[in-house]
Write a protein that binds this ligand. Sequence first.
Ligand code: APR
Ligand code: PHB
Length: 389
Amino acid sequence: MKTSVVIVGGGPSGLLLSQLLHTKGIESIVLERKTKEYVLGRIRAGVLETGLVKLMEEAGCAERLHAEGFVHDGTQIAFGEEFFRVDFTALTGTPVVVYGQTEVTRDLYEARERAGGVIDYDVENVVIHDVDTSNPFVTYSVDGEERRIDCDFVAGCDGFHGVSRKTIPADVRKEYEKAYPFGWLGVLSETPPVHEELIYANSERGFALCSMRNEQLSRYYIQCSLSDDPDDWSDEDFWKELKLRIPSHYAEQLVTGPAIEKSIAPLRSFVTEPMRWGRLFLCGDAAHIVPPTGAKGLNTAASDVHYLYNGLKEFYLDGSESGIDAYSENALRRVWKAERFSWWFSSLMHRYPDQTPFDLRIQTAELAFLGSNEAAQKAMAENYVGLPY
Ligand code: APR
Ligand code: PHB
């Protein structure tokens, strides 16, 4: 087989890139190691920056997002019993849209299928070859059948545990990592959200987040020990702890119910450089990971796709290599700003095991400054709604 771009990974990055390329008549084939149902079964954050909304519009996939997504003009920041609102729209002119990542992925799958896009599921043994030449190819197997696709470019959209990043020689790759000394215990419940906007809370017992998927589906998180197991937490214990971590004004209104999903995720900051090696380009989680505090995972994958899509468009439509040559530098410039914001917001909102009394006073002072200073809130809001591409 031959195509223009082989895309390894059928998550949000790979699907969005494939659909955008399609709108310009650029062929691609997506290789996904899981089934579509498995991919759609992942529970992930769903706060969309305007940049991602615009990319979905350009991809012709934004109809349901606009019909079912929730426009959020701000968020609540709580510490102890105190809380204040950061008004994104008043401060930046831009809101965010709350719309589950699963729904983004579903919309992209449906668009690819409507367009007759080629997606191979359940692939195994993906190997990326000769990306340091102008004739790369990818081999893999499906149902025991060995296959090969010759192409012009390979997009590594296969997430943190994929094969793409490791295709770049170890002596070329520079990796930067920070592991956080806690995890997030997340619960999905078929209950109305406790508040119409998200609530990020820093309490003496640790971080908590109140989020949602729709009017009858809520998503809650509490900071937990890395040694915790979801089975250690009964629904009752979870709700009791969450109520202790958010202001009583909200705790009194919290509607609890059975957890339909309960899981623990570790927090990590990670970046690999460069994001390009010859004809191979890394996008999304294949190249970088952020702690979920700032909801930057999906949105930073989207900005990678923006830069790569436009670079490939210039290559195929204008015969220019300037976009693909600048891809890694352009993508990384924004990746590191998202990494910084995600690290800063995580440092502000969590309790760290090694925090000294001085550290706690500084954290409290920073929260008080954010709560009382418009310039500080504007800086936070500009990062949260998404810095320019
Ligand atoms: N071959 C083919 N597919 C693979 C391989 C492989 N060797 N390894 C992984 N994959 C697939 C995974 O099954 C997954 O569906 O690649 C896809 C990668 O998707 P994500 O991990 O969702 O990464 P990405 O598309 O970059 O989206 C980033 O998703 O994980 C969240 O927090 C992250 O919100 C961010 C967004
Ligand atoms: C979520 O709804 O899952 C969510 C929202 C915002 C975050 C993280 C997760 O910062």
